[in-house]
Design a protein around this ligand. Structure first.
Ligand SMILES: Nc1ncnc2c1ncn2[C@@H]1O[C@H](COP(=O)(O)OP(=O)(O)O)[C@@H](O)[C@H]1O
Ligand SMILES: [Mg+2]
Length: 255
């Protein structure tokens, strides 16, 4: 199993959208996919209508991190073939404080390594310790995808995220995950401010950006109102094609 962590220390940059679209595309192509919602805001969970059920049955990423149950007991199958989901709940916030073991998620995924081809983790923008768990899970043979929106805040969020992948792995003397930046919300025509943002990114991260980008499109939010990734909501649309290209590129990166 290979792990793809989707993280940025900034909200609203397309993390969840990227997580659910990649999950949908990979599963449709026959890969066995486990999507883990590691954000207490539980947006990815809502795509599969699993918030109440996960909470009622005690089958969420809280139990996964706490180590009280394994992936096999916790994952829900979804309507999409080959796609299982471990939902999140708001109580996950407390885990960020309580959790002392940064490798809990990695160990839980190691135990399920034969059951899935890909694990996709949708991270919270603010809960660092949860993100550390995701980075360590992705460290060996995985990748951290950092979606970014080109605006004046782009460098702060990106730099903090990249720095975090480095600091936790150095602290524990573990291998550092690869990371790659994904440009999201790319407009048909860039404004001057967006061009400046792109230049700054190119200067600091010339070799760590996906060549695929995700264009801004109302189709993405139209799909989200139906809780459908745009890849299945409107497969012929521009953002759906963008995500299909990204999925190819991610697979290539994973080798
Ligand atoms: N490429 C896009 N074009 C237009 N809207 C988008 C795009 N990607 C995401 N969105 C919308 O922007 C909002 C934030 O996206 P989301 O993936 O939830 O961000 P994050 O998980 O980083 O907070 C959502 O309402 C989503 O539907
Ligand atoms: Mg999100």
């Amino acid at each position: 199993m290979r792990t793809i962590a989707i993280s940025n220390y900034k909200g609203g940059v397309g993390k969840t959208t990227t997580a659910v679209n990649l999950a949908s595309i990979f599963a449709a192509s026959g890969k066995r996919v486990l999507l883990i919602d590691l954000d207490p805001q539980a947006s990815a969970t809502d795509y599969y209508g699993l918030y109440e059920l996960g909470k009622a049955e005690g089958r969420t990423s809280v139990e996964l991190l706490y180590g009280s149950a394994g992936v096999r007991e916790l994952a829900f199958e979804t309507e999409a073939e080959n796609l299982s989901v471990i939902p999140s709940v708001i109580e996950l916030i407390d885990q960020n404080e309580l959790l002392l073991r940064e490798q809990r998620l990695k160990f839980a995924l190691d135990d399920a390594a034969d059951d899935y081809d890909l694990a996709i983790i949708d991270c919270s923008p603010v809960l660092k310790r949860l993100a550390f768990n995701a980075y360590l899970a992705a460290a060996e043979g995985g990748i951290v995808v950092i979606p970014v929106k080109l605006d004046s805040t782009v460098m702060r969020g990106t730099a903090l995220t990249v720095e975090a992948t480095k600091s936790i792995t150095e602290a524990l003397r573990l291998p550092r995950p690869r990371f790659k930046i994904l440009r999201t919300f790319v407009p048909g025509r860039m404004t001057k401010a967006e061009r400046t943002g792109a230049e700054v990114l190119d200067r600091f991260f010339p070799n760590a950006q996906f060549s695929s980008v995700v264009h801004a499109s109302t189709k993405v939010s139209e799909g989200s109102w139906e809780w459908m990734p745009v890849a299945s909501f409107e497969p012929g649309s521009r953002p759906a094609k963008d995500y299909a290209a990204l999925a190819e590129e991610v697979l290539h990166e994973l080798g």
